[in-house]
Design a protein around this ligand. Structure first.
Ligand code: AMP
Ligand code: MN
Ligand code: MN
Ligand code: MN
Length: 287
């Protein structure tokens, strides 16, 4: 493989090990069928699917990088940090992710209490029906239950009406520190990447602080081409990558054939003048 920007890399997606609906094996097959040339599975706060994903990629003849997406609290907002190309057996990384997952059950019970007060009972048990990994109950599982039970027509409507700040099912939560999340990844010989920066509700100053602190902690990359960005944001965050000297990543953030609007491997390529994250990870790619 040559390390050009013109590569169908998809370095962000989710399996049943977090809040996706497909298994790591089904995702590997789908990535291959869609023409993906380099793939990473990036489950939320969890690397329990990494060995399965790597084996499935190998069976498909698909180059693979280890991945995860860590939930972080920065400036009172939730920020996601993608880790790529780390050693999935690293003890400190595993411990850090375990701790980050730890608050999810209690948060889910509080979300269910809050929804019950708003007249929607039974959502903790309901969400659990959609959960494969008992340590990883997420808002997405609540959204699937509220669609199944007819409260909303689609998951995006559930988030709009119930699961976001100021709405009845929303519970504020303290995730990992930025510094810790970056250290867990880099300590395991991976690289840290700011996920979908266009999604955060930051002022320009807060966003500048995020990028500055992230770099100071050893962060190396930013998602430029992601299913969460508009075309204008592709341009904006390519410029941010150049300004901060960060490598650029590309990933669909695919969760489910029924819910995701961006399929694996279908986004535009990275701009040609920018360093792709896979150039920094050449020796970590498993073929
Ligand atoms: P959690 O980590 O439990 O807070 O859940 C976050 C997940 O919810 C994200 O990774 C997305 O998969 C999903 N999500 C967040 N916002 C939305 C939205 N507006 N529409 C659909 N899914 C969303
Ligand atoms: Mn998700
Ligand atoms: Mn995310
Ligand atoms: Mn994601």
């Amino acid at each position: 493989m040559s390390f050009q920007t013109i590569l169908n890399a998809d370095l962000h997606c989710h399996s049943v090990v977090s809040d996706g609906t497909l298994t790591p094996e089904a995702l590997a097959r789908r990535a291959k069928a869609n023409g993906v040339e380099l793939w990473a599975l990036t489950d939320h706060d969890e690397i329990g699917g990494q060995h399965r994903a790597a084996a499935a990629a190998q069976a498909q003849g698909l180059a693979y990088l280890t991945g995860t997406e860590i939930s972080v609290t920065f400036a009172a907002e939730t920020v996601h940090i993608v880790g790529l190309g780390f050693d999935a057996d690293d003890a400190a990384l595993r411990q850090g992710l375990h701790k980050t997952r730890g608050g999810r059950e209690q948060r889910a019970r509080e979300m269910a209490d809050s929804l019950a007060k708003a007249g929607i009972p039974g959502t903790f048990e309901g969400a659990l029906k959609f959960v494969s990994n008992p340590e990883l109950i997420s808002r997405t599982h609540f959204a699937r239950f509220l669609v199944e039970s007819g409260v909303c027509r689609e998951t995006s409507e559930v988030f709009r009406k119930y699961l976001t700040e100021g709405k009845p099912g929303y519970v504020a939560h303290r995730w990992a520190n930025l510094k810790d999340a970056v250290s867990w990844i880099t300590g395991a010989h991976g690289i840290a990447v700011i996920a979908h920066p266009g999604r955060y509700k930051f002022t320009a100053n807060e966003e500048y602080a995020l990028f500055t602190e992230f770099k100071a902690h050893g962060g190396r990359g930013v998602e430029v081409i992601t299913g969460s960005h508009t075309r204008q944001e592709f341009v904006k965050y390519a410029e941010t990558a150049r300004e901060f000297g960060l490598a650029a990543s590309r990933g669909s953030d695919f969760h489910s054939p029924d819910e995701s609007h961006t399929d694996l491997g279908t986004l535009p390529y990275l701009p040609g003048d920018i360093t792709p994250v896979w150039e920094l990870l050449a020796d970590r790619i498993r073929k």
